[in-house]
Design a protein around this ligand. Structure first.
Ligand code: CA
Length: 441
């Protein structure tokens, strides 16, 4: 693990007044995204976020506020983040240090930047955000052993976990074109579902629409076709983390998934949060890899690295909240449905990445890897409705008296993520939200 540096120092504060203690976006976070001002006909460009403000990185670079190197390479901040991702971890770290210095409340660089802040600082409410990279390929894994065990128990009570699970990270290729940014409505999909065990299926609206609370990992430099990414080098190829909701039509999934896995049940929409928390920002919040039971196999050598075992996990807590149309109309806040920890994932992000490239498959800057639904061992930590309601058998009762087995039209699902550790300033991943609208809306 590369060491912490002054950008993680809990004593540092920004001159941006909204970066108050408790915000998801203090000076120690500095996530990256892509923005433009609403209604100005502007081009998309790279940004960071601090407190309630959005920082225009292209304007800063052109104005010399990030140092000479980034003034020469201002092209890295034009459009989606793929070029910056492909520039590698040294450039990402350099950007973090420069930005941290410019936004610091003390020092001459920070004072100069503050004086010139009208050029690059915008209120978050005045801008629109997009999916932060052009995602060429999207792969979703199945890295939570509790989630895999819960789902397996419903379908195979005697044998919930298949024999490959503890040896090989399970995943499937998702659809990149339907990845949308937080705040985008999600239309209820139609699909083939079974009506009676031996009868013909019907085609119509899914009646078992669900969410899956996950983390998304953006690939940095990646690898050439035919080459691999050794596990020890995997972290240098991870650019950062976002929140990810893998919307799932359970009735469609149950009929179509054999023998090739998920298809139309999942590729109608995947929502991501707009801000990528960088790998550097996460350094204080690293955790040991999942503590495998003594009967579990040791990972094969290509998935095993001492440093990854010691610090390859992430101490990120992930909450799911729901706000129904009625709660919205009555001005009620969302209700929390679950809270899980990314440190409960059976595989580390580095293992997922190394495995993906282990056959020579080329990963490219901006590719997205989903963790799979993050569930923990307790009921309160189940990251999907199918687990919380046990396939609908145990409906949830909400504060309004409404009940839910699966999502209904008008329901809004909100994911949030926080990183906390004693001795460090907590940082957040922001919000990943989406509202379900009807098939014909
Ligand atoms: Ca998933």
């Amino acid at each position: 693990m590369r060491e912490l540096d002054h950008t993680h120092d809990p004593g540092r504060r920004s001159w941006v007044e909204s970066s108050v203690p408790g915000t998801d976006f203090p000076l120690q976070n500095l996530p990256l995204g892509v923005f433009r001002r609403v209604g100005q006909g502007e081009e998309w460009r790279a940004a960071s976020r601090i407190g309630e403000s959005v920082v225009d990185l292209l304007a800063m670079a052109r104005g010399g506020l990030l140092g000479n190197w980034f003034t020469r390479r201002a092209d890295l901040f034009v459009g989606p983040l793929n070029r910056l991702m492909g520039a590698g971890p040294t450039v990402a770290s350099r950007l973090r240090r420069s930005l941290s210095e410019a936004l610091d409340a003390t020092g001459s660089v920070g004072r100069d930047a503050r004086r010139r802040s009208p050029v690059f600082l915008h209120e978050a409410s005045d801008v629109e955000l997009r999916v932060p990279a052009d995602v060429g390929d999207y792969t979703d894994f199945y890295a939570s052993i509790s989630h895999a065990t819960n789902l397996g128990s419903m379908f195979r009570p005697d044998n919930p976990l298949l024999p490959n699970y503890k040896w090989v990270p399970i995943g499937y290729h998702g659809r990149a074109s339907s990845i949308v940014v937080s705040g985008t409505d999600v239309r209820r999909p139609r699909g083939q579902v079974t009506v009676a065990p031996d009868g013909p299926p019907r085609f119509g609206p899914s009646e078992r629409l669900d969410y899956e609370a996950e983390l998304g990992f953006f690939v940095g430099r990646g690898n050439a076709l035919g080459e691999t990414i050794p596990i020890a080098a995997a972290q240098d190829n991870l650019f950062g983390v976002c929140l990810l909701n893998d919307w799932s039509a359970r009735d469609v999934q149950a009929w179509e998934y054999q023998p090739l896995g998920p298809f139309l049940a999942k590729n109608f929409a995947t929502t991501v949060s707009p801000w990528i928390v960088t790998w550097d920002a996460l350094r204080p919040f690293r955790a040991p890899a999942y503590a495998r039971g003594t009967a579990d196999p040791t990972p094969l050598p290509y998935l095993y690295d001492e440093d990854d075992q010691a610090t390859g996990g992430l101490a990120i807590s992930l909450t799911v909240e729901l706000r129904t149309a009625r709660m919205h109309a009555e001005g009620l806040p969302p209700v929390q449905l679950s809270r899980a920890r990314a440190s409960d994932l059976y595989w580390t992000p580095a293992q997922l990445l190394a495995h993906h490239a282990s056959n020579g498959c080329n990963l490219q800057p901006g590719d997205l890897l989903g963790s799979g639904t993050i569930s923990g061992p307790t009921k309160e930590s189940r990251g999907s409705l199918i687990e919380l309601t046990w396939r609908g058998a145990e409906p949830l009762t909400l504060p309004t008296g409404e009940t839910r087995r699966f999502l209904e039209d008008g329901d809004e699902v909100l994911l949030r993520g926080r990183c906390e550790r004693d001795g460090f300033v907590a940082i957040g991943l922001g919000t990943c939200s989406g509202r379900v609208i009807g098939c014909d809306d």
